[in-house]
Design a protein around this ligand. Structure first.
Ligand code: SF4
Length: 91
Protein backbone atom coordinates (compact mmCIF):
# COMPACT_ATOMS: atom_id res chain seq x y z
CA UNK A 1 0.00 0.00 0.00
CA UNK A 2 1.07 3.52 -0.73
CA UNK A 3 -0.55 6.52 0.90
CA UNK A 4 -0.61 10.08 -0.36
CA UNK A 5 -2.60 13.12 0.69
CA UNK A 6 -3.45 16.37 -1.01
CA UNK A 7 -2.81 19.26 1.35
CA UNK A 8 -4.37 21.67 -1.15
CA UNK A 9 -7.80 20.18 -0.59
CA UNK A 10 -7.34 19.29 3.10
CA UNK A 11 -9.98 20.92 5.29
CA UNK A 12 -7.87 20.70 8.46
CA UNK A 13 -10.40 18.47 10.21
CA UNK A 14 -7.65 16.34 11.83
CA UNK A 15 -9.75 13.19 11.50
CA UNK A 16 -6.98 11.23 9.80
CA UNK A 17 -4.43 12.33 12.40
CA UNK A 18 -6.61 11.12 15.25
CA UNK A 19 -7.30 7.85 13.49
CA UNK A 20 -3.74 6.91 12.42
CA UNK A 21 -1.27 9.27 14.13
CA UNK A 22 1.79 7.33 12.99
CA UNK A 23 0.90 7.81 9.36
CA UNK A 24 -0.78 11.22 9.26
CA UNK A 25 0.25 14.49 10.85
CA UNK A 26 -0.42 18.18 10.31
CA UNK A 27 1.89 21.02 9.37
CA UNK A 28 1.94 24.35 11.18
CA UNK A 29 -1.17 25.40 9.26
CA UNK A 30 -3.01 22.24 10.19
CA UNK A 31 -2.77 20.75 6.71
CA UNK A 32 -2.29 17.05 6.32
CA UNK A 33 1.17 15.51 6.12
CA UNK A 34 1.89 11.87 5.37
CA UNK A 35 4.61 10.58 7.69
CA UNK A 36 4.75 7.05 6.31
CA UNK A 37 3.86 6.50 2.66
CA UNK A 38 4.37 2.73 2.89
CA UNK A 39 2.80 1.80 6.22
CA UNK A 40 2.84 -1.60 7.86
CA UNK A 41 0.09 -4.00 6.85
CA UNK A 42 -1.39 -3.93 10.34
CA UNK A 43 -2.40 -0.31 9.69
CA UNK A 44 -3.92 -0.78 6.24
CA UNK A 45 -7.54 -1.20 7.28
CA UNK A 46 -7.42 1.80 9.57
CA UNK A 47 -5.86 3.86 6.78
CA UNK A 48 -8.60 2.79 4.38
CA UNK A 49 -11.13 3.95 6.97
CA UNK A 50 -9.32 7.26 7.32
CA UNK A 51 -9.40 7.71 3.54
CA UNK A 52 -13.11 6.91 3.39
CA UNK A 53 -13.78 9.22 6.32
CA UNK A 54 -11.88 12.21 4.99
CA UNK A 55 -14.54 14.85 4.34
CA UNK A 56 -12.70 16.25 1.33
CA UNK A 57 -11.41 12.96 -0.09
CA UNK A 58 -7.88 14.27 0.18
CA UNK A 59 -6.33 10.92 1.08
CA UNK A 60 -5.39 8.53 -1.67
CA UNK A 61 -4.65 4.88 -1.02
CA UNK A 62 -2.89 2.92 -3.74
CA UNK A 63 -3.13 -0.82 -3.29
CA UNK A 64 -0.04 -2.59 -4.60
CA UNK A 65 0.63 -6.18 -5.51
CA UNK A 66 2.86 -8.25 -3.24
CA UNK A 67 6.27 -6.63 -2.72
CA UNK A 68 5.34 -3.91 -5.17
CA UNK A 69 5.85 -6.27 -8.07
CA UNK A 70 4.04 -5.64 -11.31
CA UNK A 71 0.85 -7.58 -11.74
CA UNK A 72 1.64 -11.17 -12.70
CA UNK A 73 -0.40 -13.82 -14.38
CA UNK A 74 -1.55 -11.70 -17.27
CA UNK A 75 -0.02 -12.92 -20.48
CA UNK A 76 -0.83 -11.89 -23.96
CA UNK A 77 -3.02 -14.45 -25.66
CA UNK A 78 -0.58 -14.86 -28.53
CA UNK A 79 -1.60 -16.57 -31.74
CA UNK A 80 -3.23 -19.62 -30.21
CA UNK A 81 -6.71 -18.26 -30.73
CA UNK A 82 -7.91 -18.45 -34.27
CA UNK A 83 -11.29 -17.34 -35.36
CA UNK A 84 -13.18 -19.23 -37.95
CA UNK A 85 -11.13 -22.41 -37.58
CA UNK A 86 -13.17 -24.71 -35.43
CA UNK A 87 -15.29 -22.25 -33.59
CA UNK A 88 -18.97 -22.87 -34.04
CA UNK A 89 -18.54 -26.09 -36.06
CA UNK A 90 -20.72 -29.05 -35.23
CA UNK A 91 -19.03 -32.14 -33.91
S1 SF4 B 1 -9.20 13.83 7.30
FE1 SF4 B 1 -8.91 14.81 5.28
S2 SF4 B 1 -9.54 16.95 5.57
FE2 SF4 B 1 -9.19 16.06 7.63
S3 SF4 B 1 -7.01 16.55 8.11
FE3 SF4 B 1 -7.05 14.51 7.17
S4 SF4 B 1 -6.69 14.91 4.95
FE4 SF4 B 1 -7.31 16.86 5.90
Amino acid sequence: MRVTANSETCAVSSLCVYRVPGVFDQDEDGLVLVLDESPAEALHEEIRRAARGCPTKSIRVIEETAAGAPAAGERPSGSAVKTGDRAGEAR
